[in-house]
Design a protein around this ligand. Structure first.
Ligand code: NAI
Ligand code: MG
Length: 353
């Protein structure tokens, strides 16, 4: 039996346009082996579109995406277009409009990609950062006053709701229960006296519903240090929007580089499509040369497969990546090799069972 999925592709800008075709080749190859057919529709939502037409996406942009089973996004961002335009004009409307309140960022140290962190051995570091993705510190509430005057001020409100925090905590505890059963909550309830004590209370309320999971909490500053000194001790780390954002780049660096890291913006209820994107940006410094590392995008394709109900197919992508890296010296230049994006992807296809 063949399963059909409709995928919205948003290649975006810079190397987003180079790694998206790589992910698509892998999806098609895996699909052919597992009886999964993908129908793609490509969208030009990007900074290039913003320069031409004045908006990252059309006014009905979300409606057009909505009829798809999943969205794959390469990366957006272009020198000359302010980053807040690309973020608030595209990524944040999709994440919020489609209630993608879980941002999932798995991190593994793989054999053949040395970690810059001493003692972070392959196999020993395998963690997932679960970031709250629609509220918290990234709110539109606030403003500027007395612009240009000596008394100029800026106020930005952080918004933590019982419903919003609890649902992401529930997701993180459930995920931990399917893994090694350990959860760490990122907090800063010593310094931030309203929102983060509230967060801590909700963690303590949620935990008893998941008796199979042992949990602890760490202040974000100490947690950053421990993630570098002893990354192997973590299983699932859950944090607010800002803490999760910072932790996931740090954890990606521990795993050997931003070019490898995948992410998923999930609407767990499946009322809306979820969005899958590598963690990296559009990398204008190397864009157009065909040398971007496609691992982050390809691993992201595995997350997409898993979400659409094909965990075995997803696992073959992950093991093909692991085998290629452990067994060959084929690498893109960011990992010290000479392979192009296309050569790396072609080599990877050979490792698919
Ligand atoms: P970046 O991730 O684009 O690049 C940081 C560094 O890592 C660069 O030296 C780049 O060459 C390298 N790099 C990143 N991905 C790579 C890959 N796959 N292969 C090889 N090298 C890779 O972050 P940066 O420079 O801070 O931002 C560039 C633009 O991307 C900005 O406009 C920013 O707003 C945007 N951005 C977009 C994101 C998204 O679409 N979700 C996420 C992060 C940044
Ligand atoms: Mg980030």
């Amino acid at each position: 039996m063949t399963t059909h999925h409709r995928i919205a592709l948003i290649p975006g800008d810079g190397i987003g346009r180079e790694v998206t075709p790589a992910a698509r080749r892998v999806l098609d190859a895996v699909g052919a082996r597992h009886g999964i057919r993908f129908a793609y529709q490509e969208f030009d939502y990007s900074c290039a579109r913003y320069r031409e037409l004045g908006a990252m996406m059309p006014a009905d942009g979300l409606d057009r995406l909505r009829e798809h089973d999943a969205i794959f996004l390469g990366a957006v961002g272009e020198p000359g277009v302010p980053d807040h335009v690309s973020l608030w004009g595209l990524l944040i409307p999709i994440r919020r409009g489609f209630r993608q309140y879980v941002n999932l960022r798995p991190i593994k140290v793989l054999e053949g990609v040395p970690s810059p962190v001493r003692g972070a051995e392959p196999g020993a570091v395998d963690l997932v950062v679960v970031r709250e993705n629609v509220e918290g510190e990234y709110s539109e509430i606030g403003g500027r006053l007395h612009r240009g005057c000596p008394e100029e001020l800026a106020v930005q409100e952080a918004v933590f709701t019982r419903a919003g925090v609890t649902r992401v905590l529930e997701h993180a505890f459930r995920l931990a229960a399917t893994r090694r059963g350990r959860l760490t909550s990122a907090t800063k309830s010593n310094g931030i006296v309203h929102t983060l004590p509230f967060w801590d209370e909700l963690v303590a309320e949620t935990a008893p519903k998941h008796p199979g999971v042992t949990w602890d909490q760490e202040h974000i500053d100490a947690l950053c240090a421990k993630l570098v000194l002893d990354p192997g001790r973590f299983d699932v780390i859950v944090g607010s929007n800002l803490f999760g954002d910072i932790l996931s780049d740090l954890a990606a660096a521990v795993a050997g580089g931003i070019g490898l890291a995948p992410s998923a913006n999930l609407n767990p209820e499946r009322d809306f499509p979820s969005m899958f994107e590598p963690v990296h940006g559009s990398a204008p410094d190397i864009a157009g040369r065909g040398i971007a590392n496609p691992i982050g995008a390809i691993w992201t394709a595995a997350l997409l497969l898993d979400h659409l109900g094909h965990p075995e197919a997803a696992a073959t992508v992950e093991s093909a990546l692991a085998e290629l890296l452990a067994g060959t010296g084929i690498r893109t230049p960011d990992l010290g090799g000479t392979a192009t994006t296309e050569e790396f992807t072609t080599a990877l296809l050979e490792f698919l069972p």
